[in-house]
Ligand binder design. Structure first.
Ligand code: HEC
Length: 189
């Protein structure tokens, strides 16, 4: 075989290897964040802890046990800016709630409670165009997913109506978001 033919064969083989590799990467949905595929599969963007804006924390004491949890909620700066201006979430807006265990320690004057390890991640992605109508993780204007802390890629949620909407229904007036816990979104604080 001449050098030119060998080179051609090499190029064809390389292309054959590369094409499937590209087609396996899920293309992204238009106007939605990079962590949403064009089939509506949501994953958690792990830069949220450093790159997103902190919206507020919720401190939970479970009534049936001594367990405590703390939950930190984040959104992106552009989403918060848009909400502050228009009073509605823009298409693609993202809310992430991280649930953490609570550690305690007693000092002389104080019982301290502070964040321990991450237990789970909840995400909502705003959808103003009713995309993914056959996908049971999308509806009521949002995409919904929960992730255990150990797997921020593969959601555990199968059906948002059964697993999320029950509680969020109580805040339908504020587009299913518990805005009372987020001072930045209030008119004054
Ligand atoms: C048991 C009731 C309940 C269920 C079920 C529930 N949530 Fe929530 N969610 C809340 C409450 C209450 C808040 C406000 C913060 C807090 O107290 O945890 C909240 C807050 C959030 C937030 C932060 C933004 C906001 O609305 O304040 C996200 C994101 C979220 N939930 C996503 C989900 C997803 C996704 C599911 C389903 C997989 C889900 N939630 C299921 C009660 C619930």
């Amino acid at each position: 075989m001449s050098a030119a033919v060998v080179d051609l064969v090499r190029r064809v083989l390389l292309l054959a290897l590369l094409v499937p590799a590209f087609s396996y990467a899920l293309p992204q949905a238009q106007n939605l964040p990079d962590n949403v595929s064009n089939h509506g599969v949501i994953s958690i963007p792990l830069n949220f802890r450093t790159d997103f804006v902190f919206l507020g924390s919720w401190f939970l004491a479970l009534k049936e046990s001594d367990a405590k949890l703390v939950q930190h909620v984040y959104s992106r700066k552009e989403d918060i800016d848009a909400y502050q201006q228009a009073g509605v979430w823009p298409d693609g807006a993202m809310l992430i709630k991280e649930q953490l265990s609570v550690n305690t320690s007693d000092s002389e004057k104080l019982a301290e409670n502070f964040a321990g390890h991450s237990k789970g991640l909840f995400v909502m992605v705003k959808d103003r165009e009713q995309r993914f109508q056959d996908n049971p993780l999308w509806g009521d204007g949002w995409g919904w997913s929960f992730f255990s802390a150990s797997d921020p890629v593969q959601t555990e949620t199968k059906d948002y109506q059964a697993e999320c909407l029950g509680c969020h229904e109580s805040v339908r007036d504020s587009d299913l978001v518990f805005i009372k816990g987020y001072p930045l979104l209030k008119k004054s604080y």
